[in-house]
Design a binder for this molecule. Sequence first.
Ligand code: HEM
Length: 309
Amino acid sequence: MLFWPGPPRRPHLASGAAVINNPLRQLIEIYQVSVSEAFTAFLDSGLCDAPTSRVNWAANGIPHKGEIASGGTYQKLAYGLHINRNGQSVEFDFGKAGEIHEFDAFRLSQFWNENNTRSTFSYARDIEAAFNDAISNKTVRPTAAKHFELVDPLAGDNTPSSTTDSEATMAPPAYGSGDATYQAAGQEAGVRQLVDAFYNIMGSSTAYRSIWDMHPNDKPNDREVSRDKLARFLCAWMGGPRLYKEKYGAISIPGVHAHLAITATEHDQWLACMSEALERQPYSADFRGYLLKQLAIPAGRIVIACKPK
Ligand code: HEM
C-alpha cells in the first residue's frame, strides 16, 4: 500500500475479538481521515509525488516550508509532514513503504489537543491510557516503521505488519487498504450506479426534499454535474483513480459545503438517503455498514464547517 486517500480500515469487530476503546478508535479514524485529506491537498499542489518509502520522502528535495495550492501551509519533517489547512493542524510520519495510515499516541494527543476533537476524550492522559490498553489487548499493533496501526479482527490478521511479504500478501485486503474499497464498490461503474441511485431517491422522496432543493438547478445539466462530481469524488475517496481532480481540480469537502445551511437534520437526511441507495447495490451488509460509517465522518465535518460563525 503506497498511498491511502480514502477511509480508514474496516471498523467492524468479530464476536469474541478484543474491542478497542471506542473513543480511541473514533479519534484514530478522525485523525486518519484528516491526514488523508491534508495529504491529498498537499499532493494536489504538485510539489512531488506520493513517496514510495520514507527514505524516498526524506530525499525528495522539496522546500522545507511552503504553501498548499488550495490554501494552507506545510512543513516538511524528516519522515513526515505537518499541514495546517482549513483551520486544522495535522502531523504524521510516513510508514516504511510510504503508508499514511500509521499513528502513535503522541501524534494522536497532539491532534486531539490542536483540533476540534474534544468530544472524543476529556483529558490527554486518558488518550495515553486508552492507547496502552489497545497495545495490551492487541487492537493496535506496531508497524515496521515503529508506529502503530489498527488490527482488523475480521481479517483474522493479528500478526505484526513486520512479518514477511509472502505472509502479508496472503491476507485479504481490508477495506480502506489500497484500493480495496474502490474494488468492492465495483470500480467507477459501481460508484456511478450508487450515486445515480442516491440522487434518484433524493429527487423522488419528499423525505429528502430540503437537501434536494439545495442542489444547483439553474442550468439544464446542473443535476447531471452534481452526479458526476459526487461519483468522481467518491472514486478517489475509496482509493481509486482521482477522477474529480482530473476534471474539476482540488476540493475540500467541508469547504465546498460551507456556504450551505447544513445542520444535523440535513446530515441525517443525506446519510439516510445514502443508506437507501446502498441497500439497492449488490454489496454485502458488512460493506454497506462500513461505507455508511465512513461517510458519516466527512458528513460530520461538513456540519461543523456549516455552523454560523
Ligand atoms: C452532510 C450532508 C450533506 C449535504 C446536505 C450535502 C449537500 C450538497 C449540496 C447541496 C451540494 C451542491 C453544492 C453547490 O453546488 O452549491 C453538494 C455538493 C457536493 N457534495 Fe455534498 N452534501 C453532504 C455530504 C457530503 C458528503 C459526506 C460528501 C462526500 C463524502 C459530499 C460530496 C459532495 C461533492 C463532491 C460535491 C460537489 C462539490 C463541487 O464540486 O461543487 N457531500 N453537497
